[in-house]
Design a protein around this ligand. Structure first.
Ligand code: HEM
Length: 455
């Protein structure tokens, strides 16, 4: 075992006993000042510094070299809040390391690879169209964020759980609202705490999912559905005897489908919501997106669904999405647990501590992205010009988001139908947004709709 040569801890301060700097960090995130809060510390102590957050000694690291280290080294493993682990379950891929992680990730990856996702463009198209018809068409105002969250929930229900609209989907939707509400709560399990409510909802959601799994297992055994029908069926079929894969337990299937649901629901909803916000602020960018979408619409018969090839033509719209992710990454910060001593820039990162990394400190760095506060989708015209480990909205290394292609299909399909049918004006009193626990516009982004005409 190699020992670091230099045992110097980075400079910094642990703040108040026990609470450290947690309260002021959370306050800054809520006020959307998390980036400035960290910048201030970097100015004082340098780019590698120590602090204390959520009861743990922490090292803060930023920049491409630090990202490469954290994403590429097995000494760093995701570190969840206790509430998250208790609610999500012990066997999610997030909790696993080494071969266990690789096995579950490979199984989920079988479903999320482009060759399989291609088959689902039609299903996503159908969900988006239904959502717009029911919730947008005929309305003068809508509140974007809660609506788009319903849409991403429906898309995941359809593709991950294979659940069509109906009673079971509605029951799950109700439970998931409570499951998600408690994920970042204080883990005090007393009646009427948010954590307790969330734990109880998670148990009920698990019971519903166990029934769904049994039904799918039965269908699969009788050859009544294809092995890639949805994520659950895919995991069940990989686990069938004789296919060379080690069986996933039912607990692993339930925990991971719940986790995929949570990981894929808010993140994409945030991206779509902030794109809608940005397009209103920037008429020239809206016009270019609309032109790209109109060219595709002209090549299609009325009512014809989008195809994989159509999505691949939406190059400019996807650059707008990437630029939105650069400026407002849904995952702003994450912690890693340090499994063994590591040395970085001459400083010791000690075993047992946690590492905090934020996406913005790299993506808003003027040396990497000049004029970082300017919204400029042309930065992504030539993706190879973006230096490695600099655009990290989907993470990196062995933990990189396995569903960025899924997010692309869903985002482009939603934007296609929204832009084709509406113009809009922001109608809230307050244009600010917070970043805790995830980016969210104040008031949920109310907008006034102006219909352009039916598609
Ligand atoms: C715009 C949309 C999305 C963004 C920005 C995003 C971002 C991320 C990031 C940054 C990570 C890595 C976190 C870390 O390293 O600590 C991650 C992991 C993950 N994401 Fe996404 N994600 C998005 C959409 C989705 C969707 C739609 C799904 C599922 C359908 C999904 C499933 C996952 C899973 C399962 C992981 C865990 C991977 C692992 O630990 O090996 N994500 N995502």
């Amino acid at each position: 075992k190699q020992k670091p040569s230099n045992k110097k801890l980075p400079p910094g301060s642990f703040g108040f006993p026990v609470i450290g700097q947690s309260l002021s960090f959370l306050r800054a995130l809520r006020a959307n000042n998390g980036h400035q809060w960290l910048e201030q510390k970097v100015r004082k102590f340098g780019p590698v510094l120590k602090l204390s957050l959520f009861g743990r000694p922490t090292i803060f690291l930023a920049g491409p070299a630090a990202n490469k280290l954290v994403f590429g080294n097995d000494a760093f493993t995701p570190h969840q809040l206790t509430s998250f682990t208790r609610i999500m379950g012990r066997r999610t891929m997030r909790e696993m390391v080494g071969d266990d992680h690789r096995q579950i990730r490979a199984a989920v990856g079988q479903f999320l690879k482009p060759e399989v996702l291609k088959m689902y463009v039609n299903k996503i198209d159908e969900e988006v169209r239904y959502h717009i018809k029911m919730n947008w068409t005929g309305h003068q105002t809508v509140t974007v964020m809660p609506l788009i969250k319903c849409l991403t929930f429906d898309v995941i229900c359809s593709l991950v759980f294979g659940l069509d609209r109906g009673h079971t989907r509605q029951a799950l939707a109700k439970e998931f609202v409570d499951v998600i509400a408690g994920m970042w709560s204080i883990p005090v399990n007393l009646p009427f705490t948010r954590f307790n409510k969330s734990l109880r909802a998670s148990r009920r959601a698990r019971r519903i999912l166990s029934e769904v799994i049994q039904e799918k297992r039965r269908k699969l055994e009788h050859g009544l559905c294809p092995p890639h029908a949805d994520l659950i069926t895919c995991l069940l079929s990989l686990s069938q005897e004789g296919c060379g894969n080690e069986a996933l337990t039912e607990e692993e299937i339930v925990d991971n489908t719940i986790f995929v649901m949570v990981a894929g629901h808010d993140t994409t909803a945030i991206l779509i919501t902030f794109m809608i916000r940005q397009l209103e602020k920037d008429p020239a960018i809206y016009a270019r997106v609309a032109q790209e979408q109109e060219e595709i619409a002209q090549s299609k018969a009325p009512g014809e669904a989008l195809t994989w090839d159509d999505l691949n033509k939406m190059k400019y719209t996807w650059r707008v999405a990437l630029e939105t992710l650069r400026m407002i990454p849904p995952v702003f910060w994450s912690f890693r647990k340090v499994l063994k001593d590591v040395e970085f820039n001459g400083y010791l990162i000690p075993e047992g501590w946690q590492v905090l990394r934020t996406t913005s400190m790299t993506q808003m760095n003027a040396e990497i992205f000049p004029e970082p506060h300017k919204f400029d989708p042309t930065r992504f015209e030539n993706q190879s010009s973006v230096p490695p480990y600099s655009f990290i909205a989907f993470g990196g290394g062995s933990r990189i988001c396995p569903a960025n292609e899924f997010a692309r299909i869903e985002t482009l399909t939603a934007m296609y139908y929204i832009v084709a049918q509406f113009r809009w004006k922001l109608s809230g009193k307050d244009d600010s947004f917070s970043r805790y626990p995830l980016p969210s516009p104040s008031e949920g982004l109310p907008i006034k709709l102006e219909p352009k005409g039916d598609m």
